[in-house]
Design a protein around this ligand. Structure first.
Ligand code: MRU
Length: 355
């Protein structure tokens, strides 16, 4: 199964090899391509926290495998339930905004509850089979999003994206980058503007790395260039991913996304979001209810280990922001492109997916 999954995307950030989870360490890209082997759930949790694996769907798939890693070696029968609960809590505590993490852990808990009576080895085996299904489904979901989103752009458009919502952030071809590459293949996109994405530079380091491999023309810009690009008429559309979408269609995504959306509205540029239904959290009513991760201020005061702010400077490091539904022209999902009013189109998409 692992080989099939690896070849389904040109490059993939994670793989199940032997009996361990391997992660492409994204903190080292693009200069080094090194795989981390996670033999313990603590290693999986730490990899998620430090963004060795990142991007909402990829975090969800890594967490599904993380549950299996946490039951390796197989615990004694009497310790099984406590151990599983501990492992699930540890994984859940890693990052608060990406709801795909909670989505995967909740499904894993339901599955575990159904199989625990069969014994520890059988419960672990069932979890592994299920994690492989979660992995394969993400690949398929990405493909379907690409198909639905490909028609959004017509006639060699110049499309802007923020952060990295490509293959490195998922198990498949990506969400926003999946849409861009599907559209590029049919001539709808001519080139991509890539926001560098301060402070951790997912755009500069990761999206550029992916677009080079996909042979899609792109130009890297500073985040603060977006207004100037749009005012010069150089951007025809925007497509980004999301870490969590509220029931009313408000979306959380990498810090800076909201700024791009406001500028897009000002310049009449359509702003799209691409995300699977697993990113839509119907229990969260609006964007104001989405927990926003605050990360270490050192990510702002220092640039990759080099201090740039004076000693003693305090930084406020919000990792995500919320873009209100009213600024979003459409949300590309595996069930089609959802349009406003999102409360209604989201409800219909879930009904189609689980009739
Ligand atoms: O902090 P990160 O790198 O995990 O943030 C990732 C993003 O904001 C992505 O845009 C989002 O997860 C969508 S990934 C398909």
């Amino acid at each position: 199964m692992a080989d099939t999954l690896d070849s389904a995307a040109t490059f993939s950030p994670l793989r199940w090899r032997g009996d361990t989870l391997e992660l492409l360490d994204q903190t080292l890209l693009p200069t080094r391509e090194e795989w981390l082997t996670c033999n313990t759930v603590e290693e999986v949790a730490e990899a998620i926290r430090r963004l060795s694996v990142r991007g909402a769907p990829a975090i969800g798939v890594a967490a599904a495998y993380g549950l299996v890693v946490g039951l390796t070696p197989v615990p004694a029968e009497g310790e099984l339930a406590d151990r599983f609960a501990e492992v699930a809590e540890l994984l859940l505590s890693t990052r608060p905004t990406a709801v795909n993490l909670r989505w995967a852990i909740e499904r894993g808990r339901e599955l575990f509850a159904r199989h625990r009576e069969a014994g520890a080895a059988a419960a672990r085996a069932a979890l592994l089979d299920w994690a492989k299904v979660v992995h394969a489904e993400d690949i398929e979901t990405n493909r379907r999003m690409g198909e639905h989103g490909a028609a959004l752009f017509e006639g060699e458009q110049r499309v802007l994206t923020h952060c990295n919502a490509g293959a490195l952030a998922t198990a498949g071809i990506g969400t926003a980058i999946g849409v861009i590459s599907a559209s590029f293949a049919r001539g709808g996109v001519a080139m991509v503007w890539v926001d560098e994405t301060r402070p951790l530079l997912q755009g500069a380091r990761l999206t550029s790395w992916e677009l080079q491999r996909l042979e899609i023309p792109f130009k890297l810009v500073t985040d603060s260039s977006v207004g100037a690009l749009m005012s010069r008429g150089l951007v025809d559309g925007v497509v980004v991913g999301s870490d969590r979408i509220a029931a009313n269609g408000d979306i959380a995504n990498k810090i800076g996304t909201y700024t791009v959306a406001v500028l897009a509205q000002r310049h009449d540029v359509p702003f799209y979001v691409a995300a699977p239904l697993s990113t839509i959290d119907r229990e969260t009513a609006t964007g104001a209810d989405i927990p926003i991760e605050e990360r270490d201020g050192e990510e702002v005061t220092d640039v990759f280990g080099t201090r740039v702010a004076p000693a003693g400077t305090e930084a406020f490091n919000l990792a995500f922001d919320v873009t209100p539904a009213e600024l979003i022209a459409g949300i590309v999902t595996e069930e089609g492109v959802l349009r406003p009013p999102y409360s209604e189109s989201i409800r219909q998409a879930f009904a189609r997916a689980q009739p």
